[in-house]
Design a protein around this ligand. Structure first.
Ligand code: AKG
Length: 321
């Protein structure tokens, strides 16, 4: 018996306009990781939004209980001051928490550096399943934590792009997450960013696209460049006023900073993680000669502190989540 030849149910791929080819690629990928059509549609929208705007917001991505456990670890650290955790109280001012003299943890711009090494709750924030999954989608590779920063108040930091400072072996493998540890008040100096600025022309520091000891340009010129290029392109400067547990993931070249706090008494508790990939960041920035020991959480990785293994996972509240 002769069977009718099956008619194709899609256009000839070779004839597709280029944008349709990219969409087919995204749809093929989405179908390979999600089976539910509604989940496929949602992920397609998130990936396209991220591609166009250089960021995406995952609302209510983190359970408030995990955030409370993390904040309890932070308050213990402030009280106990017993670890080698680094604090930066301003540009080029670094000390361990033990040696931090004025003990004012609520000044604008103050940051706790890499507390994820000492806090299991922080590791679980950085590599929460909802974050590790989305990062895995944008990289199509396992994400790895490069660095984390904890802020109690606004950074009031000028607009910048992270790729100039947070440099992996493969510098384009860079993204960050910004977790709201409380509801963010518009007067507290929110995170701000130019949506779409990840596609701006690159700034030349005089010696290329990275800030180095030989750069002849400074931070103000970098910020001015991002403001000007973004304005020319008609990009909106947006202020992020999320609720506790919302997460914003940004592309490594998105122009962003911390707005001035119009009410300086307000806190703006937030937790930032910078990520690369396992192929793009094979050595910890704190010891580039040592092969790092990696912990796995939800398909993402985080390196043990190369100099202070004795402090690792000192705060264990996060273990139960
Ligand atoms: O939270 C902020 O105000 C900005 C943080 C930031 O720029 C960063 O961590 O790269």
């Amino acid at each position: 018996m002769q069977t009718a030849a099956k008619k194709p149910l899609d256009f000839d791929y070779a004839t597709l306009p280029w944008l349709d080819k990219i969409l087919r690629e995204i749809d093929r990928y989405v179908a390979s990781v999600e089976t539910d059509p509604a989940a496929q549609h949602k992920l397609r929208g998130q990936l396209l939004f991220f591609m166009h705007n250089g960021y995406v917001v995952l609302e209510r991505a983190i359970e408030p209980e995990l955030i409370d456990a993390y904040l309890a670890d932070v308050y213990d650290l402030f009280d106990q001051r017993c670890l080698s955790v680094m604090i930066s109280a301003g540009y080029n001012q670094y000390s361990t928490i033990r040696d931090f003299k004025d003990k004012d943890y609520y000044r604008h711009g103050l940051r706790i550096i890499d507390f994820h090494n000492s806090s299991i709750a922080a590791k679980k924030l950085s590599l929460h399943r909802n974050l590790a999954r989305f990062l895995g989608h944008i990289f199509r590779e396992a994400p790895v934590v490069m660095q984390s920063l904890t802020f109690m108040k606004s950074t009031q930091q000028e607009i910048h792009q992270d790729h100039a400072y947070v440099i992996a072996e493969t510098p384009s493998h860079l993204a960050a997450s910004w977790i709201a540890l409380e509801d963010i008040d518009p007067k507290s100096g929110p995170l701000m960013y130019y949506a779409g600025s990840h596609a701006n022309p690159m700034f030349d520091w005089g010696d290329g696209m990275f800030r180095t000891a030989n750069s002849t340009k400074n931070e103000n010129q970098f910020a001015e460049w991002i403001h000007q290029r973004s304005k020319e392109r008609g990009l909106p400067l947006q202020h992020h006023t999320p609720r506790k547990g919302d997460v914003l993931i940004w592309h490594g070249t998105l122009g962003h900073g911390g707005a001035l706090a119009t009410d300086p008494s307000l806190t703006r508790k937030s937790y930032v993680t910078h990520y690369s990939t396992m192929s793009g960041f094979t050595h910890d920035y704190r010891d580039k000669n040592m092969k790092p020991f990696a912990y796995e959480y939800n398909g993402g990785f985080v390196y043990r502190h190369p100099q202070h293994p004795e402090d690792e996972d000192f705060y264990k509240r996060g273990a139960k989540f």
